[in-house]
Ligand binder design. Structure first.
Ligand code: UDX
Length: 437
């Protein structure tokens, strides 16, 4: 099939590449000329495991091409995916100006039947708005469907190629049939393609993300309470998670959720509620608890150093909001770094992928080093913010030798407290007993 994807951010790029992989002819459109040129020469603009292999293969086979011309893109596809940014507006609601701007262009340009697919996470009612805007200008038939994307950064290719479910919000049998044909190769395992109305599809995406953010946040509150009463959150987590009604996943406590989706989507759903005079009290709490949680290590750090961080140097392991990505949007590491800098401390940080993005944001305010052990030199403490695999089995004697004080602040509960205790460290984690060496 002929497919166009408008917008080559995370979702657009993965969608375009994976649809090319199943034999479709895909044209990706982006206004950023430099980015388009780099993609044409095979450069993947984001770090995402496995994407580079698929990218190269499909560019070579000429199934995946790039253009800056929206007109060219719109002429090509029978199905046109909108994978445009929906940034958080000033009031927390999703800003639809990119989506509706392109919708207007679509209306003015298309000359034959097209299916327009909302792939971005958009508020309930957006498909209807897109349909209205296109309809104001179009002289031919078209359909608008909602097809939210559930991929996770770091697992995006796998999630796209083997989805647990595909959601299609459509009120047109013609469009539904085309979408089912497109997605059939991805659900051979028997996973469902769920057809529903557009509004329910749009809300499913927000509800799923908000639920997961709530699950994590609930566990973070239990972890904080564990610390008060001397319980161990690892035990509680496993005890709870083995109940299949609860499930083991997304119960890991830590220094809060970040990224490009959860924070933005929870706020947007909360805001959409208030626009309908509905107060999402749970989401209000989730937003507040998560921003507090991002700073959960700071009282421990302050108390260990008697509230005097001036002139202290902190080694930071992990800057990305989670492992296997270079994305630092809403990363808890940044909240911690900002607070430490404010207290007059210095930062020596290492992340396997995210350091370029951090340099763009912080310039020379913090020192970025080439290896996890380099970060420790002459540092007063180690703070772990992201659970990259490489941090899971470190050489503890090397850490001890390099640090001025043998103290670890672990925001992701990477180690068994007893192991770290045996190594002679003071160890502070989330929801477990503090170890003072
Ligand atoms: C999320 C959704 O999972 C995905 O379906 C949607 O399409 C986009 O948003 P993503 O943001 O890539 O994906 O990351 P995810 O792996 O879901 O993690 C989100 C955040 O939650 C991270 O900051 C992570 O560290 C945190 N998290 C996750 C926890 O703190 N504890 C957990 O148990 C799981």
């Amino acid at each position: 099939m002929k497919i166009s994807v408008i917008g080559t951010g995370y979702v657009g790029l993965v969608t375009g590449t994976c649809l090319a992989e199943t034999g479709n002819e895909v044209v990706c459109v982006d206004i950023d000329e430099d980015k388009v040129n780099r993609m044409r020469s095979g450069e993947v603009p984001i770090y995402e495991p496995h994407l580079d292999v698929l990218f190269e293969r499909n560019i070579e086979a000429k199934r995946l091409t790039f253009t800056t011309s929206l007109e060219e893109g719109l002429a090509h596809g029978a199905i046109i995916f909108l994978a445009l940014p929906t940034p958080e507006g000033e009031d927390g609601s999703a800003d639809l100006s990119y989506v509706l701007g392109v919708a207007e262009q679509i209306g003015k340009t298309i000359k034959e039947y097209k299916v327009i697919v909302d792939k971005s996470t958009v508020p309930v009612g957006t498909a209807e708005k897109v349909r209205q805007v296109i309809g104001l200008h179009a002289n031919c038939d078209f359909d608008v469907v909602s097809n939210p994307e559930f991929l996770r950064e770091g697992f995006a290719v796998d999630d796209f190629l083997k989805p647990e479910r595909i959601i299609i919000g459509s009120s047109s049998t013609r469009a539904t049939a085309l979408m089912e044909k497109l997605y059939k190769p991805f659900v051979r395992s028997g996973n469902p393609i769920l057809i529903m109305d557009e509004k329910s599809a749009e809300l499913t995406k927000y509800a799923a993300n908000a639920f997961l953010a709530t699950k994590i946040t609930f566990m973070n509150e239990i972890a904080n309470y564990c610390e008060k009463v001397g319980a161990d959150v690892d035990k509680v987590r496993i005890g709870m998670g083995t109940d299949s009604r609860i499930g083991k996943r997304f119960l890991f406590p830590g220094i809060g959720y970040g990224g490009s989706c959860f924070p933005k989507d929870v706020k947007a759903l909360h805001k959409s509620g208030s626009e309908e005079n509905y107060e999402f009290k749970i989401l209000d709490a989730v937003i507040n608890v998560n921003s507090r949680q991002k700073k959960a290590l700071l009282p421990k750090i302050n108390s260990f150093f008697s509230h005097n961080l001036k002139g202290k140097t902190f080694a930071i392991w992990g800057l990305a909001f989670k492992p296997e990505t270079d994305d630092i949007r809403e990363a808890p590491a940044l909240d911690i770094i900002e607070e430490l800098l404010k207290s007059g401390a210095q930062i020596q940080a290492f992340d396997p992928e995210a350091m370029d993005n951090v340099t763009k944001q912080y310039g020379d305010q913090i020192t970025l080093v080439k290896s996890m052990y380099d970060a420790l030199q002459e540092a007063d403490a180690l703070v772990i913010c992201t659970e990259w695999s490489i941090f899971r089995t470190p050489d503890f004697s090397r850490i001890k030798e390099a640090l001025n004080t043998p103290v670890l602040f672990d925001g992701r509960n990477l180690y068994d407290t007893s192991d770290v205790e045996k190594e002679g460290f003071s160890y502070f984690s989330i929801g477990r007993k503090d170890i003072i060496a």
